[in-house]
Design a protein around this ligand. Sequence first.
Ligand code: ARG
Length: 293
Amino acid sequence: MNPTNRILMCAPDHFNVAYVINPWMKGNVACCDPVLAMRQWQELARAIGRVASVETVRGGESVPDMVFTANAGLVLGQKVVLSHFRHPERQAEEALFADWFALHGLEVEQLPGDMYFEGAGDALLDRSAPVLWLGFGHRSDAACAPLLAQSLQIEVQGLRLVNPHFYHLDTCFCPLDGGFLLYHPEAFDAAARKIIAARVPASRRIAVDAADAAAFACNAVSIGRHVFLNAASDKLLAALQAHGYQVHVTPLSEFMKAGGAAKCLTLKLDEPGQSQWPAPAWEEARETAGTAV
Ligand code: ARG
């Protein structure tokens, strides 16, 4: 286990589908099995706990979606940019997450109050260049981009999301440690696809088809060469394995009913700040050793 990989999770003690704010929740209100949800969450936490240190924040009774800690904010270095949720149903989570961050020594920053930003659900660090990808069009505002760039001193590339089923960037886009990108091209508009193609070479893009995307295969937790996800077809598993990734499949059916899976249930607490941009260690080792990727 690499102790520098720290992941924040929130146990599903109060998890439920209590309202509908994305298409996956439709028809699923009050349909979650709490025992199964707890078992699935523990399985994911246990699997991640083998390669990273898992920390937890306590949920609250009136905030059933708080299990999706990816939406708490975006951590870079010692700073966290706190989320401001578009839907009032989730806004009470903001103060709870802010308290946890402050208590754990992070400098909590807020964007202007009229701006919606849903944290690491929509803002994902590239793994091979100091670029922050920002998904907008459903939850976070495109206008966050220059403010995030200024505050975090990092280049921000906005990507417009066009399919309501893929309403957060992390539902359809996952930069993998080592420089590959797992993504579902159809979730993006033409301009976004062009930006992706210009920044990530074709040999490093792993396009995920509609069936795998609907099983939230892109909603993957990437820690070193380990990839944790809800489900993946044999074809996708083989593609990931061929590039050197070790895939851990941990079924998360109960959380899918709320429109979330593995990545949504986690928040990286150790993302490097501007001055600490690292070389992707294991990938470099593979390349120096002459291993084809
Ligand atoms: N029900 C939650 C919502 O609609 C799910 C959040 C999933 N989180 C994520 N990072 N994609 O806000």
